[in-house]
Design a protein around this ligand. Structure first.
Ligand code: CMP
Length: 144
């Protein structure tokens, strides 16, 4: 099941210089990076991205956090990209993340959990379209 997932290093992760480390983990695992950019998401984009959380008490804080600096957004492709991507990030709350996962290795607080990964194939495609409206080219191997 070759699929795509949307992964983002949040502003705290970018600020702490974790972009390279996080990209390296996905590349080392064997995923292809299809798209990659450093971006300052608008309130509109974030409200759509986190639409299902708009009634949560932490929603305003979440948007402020996500706008506190640039986000490194990227698209990975490979077998089981969504499920494995989530497993590599670890549980949403770093207090519950298994050792060896990105959140367990680099975070302690759910309000600053370093990264985001799509939770289903459907949300991956929705998030990719939202963060990369310019489109993402499919992976093609180099000319040999
Ligand atoms: P993410 O994987 O991006 O999906 C939803 C985000 O909401 C989550 O990571 C956290 O950054 C944030 N979040 C979820 N629960 C809480 C909470 N209780 N307090 C603050 N932020 C939260």
């Amino acid at each position: 099941n070759e699929e795509r997932s949307f992964i983002a290093v949040k502003p705290d992760g970018v600020e702490r210089g974790l972009v390279g480390e996080i990209l390296r983990r996905f590349e080392s695992r064997g995923f292809k990076i299809l798209a990659l950019k450093l971006t300052h998401p608008t309130k509109e984009l974030l409200s759509e991205h986190y639409g299902d959380l708009s009634s949560k008490p932490f929603f305003p804080k979440l948007l402020a956090y996500m706008q506190s600096g640039p986000v490194a957004a990227f698209v990975i492709q490979g077998k089981g990209a969504v499920k494995i991507g989530r497993a590599m990030l670890g549980a949403t709350n770093p207090q519950d993340s298994a050792p060896g996962t990105i959140r367990a290795d680099f975070a302690l607080d759910i309000g600053k959990n370093v990264c985001h990964g799509s939770d289903s194939v459907e949300s991956a495609e929705r998030e990719i379209a939202l963060w990369f409206p310019e489109g993402v080219k499919p992976y093609t191997r180099s000319v040999d």
